[in-house]
Design a protein around this ligand. Structure first.
Ligand code: FCB
Length: 461
C-alpha cells in the first residue's frame, strides 16, 4: 500500500484520558472529575486523577511516538487547565502546552491540537453547561487564548471532538459527564457545541492555520432490503451522522431529523437563532473522521414504538447486536464500512478528510517485556487497507491517527479497555511498545514521512 507524500501518520490522545495531575499547575475541576468521583458512574470507581501521568511523562511519550516513526500527535488541551474557572486564563496552565508543543516540534512531530475533548470546566457546567448558549461564547474566548499562546507553532486546529458524544452521552443518555438524562436538553447542547465550533473557527481563522472538527460516524447497515429497513437506516444515520455533518457543511440541520426530534418538547428548535447555521458553516480546511464501528439496524412493526437505542428522536427501529469479529469492547470490526464512509463523505463535500481516530481495544499482556497484540495489528492492517481503497477511488484522505498512543482512561469503562499502541502498567506507569505500534510505525516509514511544514496541505498543489 502506498500513501500520498505528506500523509500524516499519527496517534491521538485526550487530556482527561492521559494527563492526570488534575490539581497541579492551578488546574480547576472539570465535569469529568466530578462525574468520576460520583458513585457508580465509572467502572471500578476509576478516575483520571493519575491516568497515564502524561502531564509529567510527556517527553518520554512523545519520544516513543517519534521513535516508532509516526510524524503527528493529536492531543487535546484541557480547558480547566487553561481557564480553571472557565473564564480567567492561567499562565501556568498554558505553559504546560507550550512545553508539550515545543517537545513535539523538537522531535519533528506535527502537533494537531484539539480544543475540546469533553473536559468542560465544572464552573461552566454550574453556570448551565452546554445547554446554556453562553458556553459557546466562553469556548470562543478560550479558543482565542490558546491560539494566542500557541498559534505561532501549531498550524492544525480541531475545535471540538465528537459533539455527538459530548451532547448525547453527556446530556441525553447520561452515561458520560455531566450525566444528565434528557433528550431535549441533549439536542440543545448539541446545537451549542456546533455553535461553539463555528464561533471559534470564525474567531481564529487566518492565514497559515488549518481548522477542523472531528465527528464520530457510525454508518447504519440495515439487516434487510425492504423500504422499512431503509427507513430504519435513515433514522439512525440522520440523528447519528447527518445531524452533525450537514450544518457544518453549510446545509443546515437535516429537515427529516428535525421533524423526528420535534416531539421532544421543542426547546431545540427554539435554541437555533437567526444566523446560527451560518456561524456553524464557518469554512474549515479538513474534516476529522472518527470511525470505530457501524450500527446494524432493523425496523419495528410499530413506527412509533420506543427504540432500544437511547438517541433523541429514535422510534420504530432497533439497533441489533454487533456481528463478529468483535473487539474487547464488543464493537464490530468492519473495515469495509470505513471505505464506504470515506467515499460517502467525499461524495457530499470537497473537504479533505483525516481519519482522526480509529482503533480497537483488546486484552493485552506483557510477556518478557513485549506485547504481541496480533489482533490489533490485523485491525490496523485491515483499516489502513480500507483507507487505501478509498484513496484509490479518488477520496482525498490526508492522514490517519490511531486511537490511541497510550492505554488510558476509557471514560465510563475506566481502565478496562486498552486501545494503546503503547501498553501502560497503571501501577508502575511503565510503558511497553506493542507490536501494533511497531507495525504502524513501519507502514509510516515505508511511505516516507511528511514534514511539519507540509501538514495536511495537498502535496500535489
Ligand atoms: C472515542 C473518543 C475517544 C476514545 C475512543 C475509544 O469516541 O473520542 O476519547 O474514548 O472513542
Amino acid at each position: 500500500m502506498t500513501f500520498p507524500a505528506g500523509f500524516l501518520w499519527g496517534a491521538a490522545t485526550a487530556s482527561y484520558q492521559v494527563e492526570g495531575a488534575v490539581t497541579e499547575g492551578g488546574r480547576g475541576p472539570s465535569i469529568w472529575d466530578t462525574f468520576a468521583a460520583a458513585e457508580g458512574k465509572v467502572l471500578g470507581g476509576a478516575t483520571g486523577a493519575v491516568a497515564c501521568d502524561h502531564y509529567h511523562r510527556f517527553p518520554e511519550d512523545i519520544g516513543l511516538l517519534a521513535d516508532l516513526g509516526l510524524n503527528a500527535y493529536r492531543f487535546s488541551v484541557a480547558w480547566p487547565r487553561v481557564m480553571p474557572d472557565g473564564r480567567t486564563t492561567s499562565a501556568a496552565g498554558l505553559a504546560f502546552y507550550d512545553r508539550l508543543v515545543d517537545e513535539l516540534l523538537s522531535r519533528d512531530v506535527v502537533p494537531v491540537l484539539t480544543l475540546y475533548h469533553w473536559d468542560l470546566p465544572q464552573a461552566l457546567e454550574d453556570a448551565g453547561g452546554w445547554p446554556a448558549r453562553d458556553t459557546a461564547f466562553r469556548f470562543a474566548e478560550y479558543a482565542t487564548a490558546v491560539h494566542d499562546a500557541l498559534g505561532d507553532r501549531v498550524r492544525q486546529w480541531t475545535t471540538i471532538n465528537e459533539p455527538f458524544c459530548a451532547a448525547f452521552l453527556g446530556y441525553g443518555s447520561g452515561v458520560h459527564a455531566p450525566g444528565v438524562c434528557d433528550h431535549d436538553t441533549a439536542l440543545v447542547a448539541a446545537h451549542h457545541l456546533l455553535l461553539a465550533h463555528g464561533l471559534a473557527t470564525r474567531a481564529l481563522a487566518g492565514p497559515g492555520h488549518e481548522f477542523s472538527l472531528a465527528l464520530n460516524f457510525a454508518p447504519a447497515i440495515p439487516d434487510g432490503s425492504s423500504p422499512a429497513h431503509a427507513e430504519a437506516a435513515r433514522k439512525f444515520d440522520g440523528i447519528h451522522n447527518r445531524f452533525f455533518l450537514d450544518p457544518v457543511l453549510g446545509h443546515g440541520y437535516p429537515p427529516d431529523v428535525v421533524s423526528d426530534v420535534a416531539f421532544h418538547g421543542g426547546r431545540f428548535a427554539a435554541s437555533v437563532l437567526d444566523g446560527d447555521t451560518d456561524v456553524i458553516a464557518a469554512p474549515i480546511d479538513w474534516l476529522g473522521v472518527n470511525y470505530y464501528a457501524p450500527a446494524r439496524v432493523t425496523p419495528l412493526a410499530d413506527p412509533l414504538a420506543p427504540s432500544n437505542c437511547p438517541l433523541p428522536g429514535l422510534r420504530g427501529m432497533d439497533v441489533l447486536p454487533a456481528k463478529g469479529p468483535l473487539t474487547a469492547f464488543g464493537w464490530e470490526q468492519a473495515p469495509s464500512a470505513l471505505t464506504s464512509l470515506l467515499e460517502w463523505l467525499s461524495s457530499r463535500s470537497d473537504l479533505p478528510l483525516v481519519v482522526a481516530e480509529n482503533g480497537a481495544s483488546f486484552v493485552d499482556r506483557v510477556v518478557d517485556g513485549r506485547v504481541f497484540d496480533a489482533a490489533r495489528v490485523n485491525y490496523f492492517m485491515e483499516h489502513l487497507g480500507a483507507v487505501h481503497h478509498a484513496l484509490r477511488a479518488g477520496v482525498d484522505v490526508r492522514g490517519y491517527f490511531a486511537w490511541s498512543l497510550l492505554d488510558n482512561f476509557e471514560w465510563a469503562m475506566g481502565y478496562t479497555q486498552r486501545f494503546g499502541l503503547v501498553h501502560v502498567d497503571f501501577e508502575t506507569q511503565r510503558r511497553t511498545v506493542k507490536e501494533s505500534g511497531r507495525f504502524l510505525g513501519r507502514v509510516a516509514k515505508a511511505n516516507g514521512l511528511g514534514t511539519p511544514a507540509e501538514g495536511v496541505r495537498d502535496p500535489r498543489a
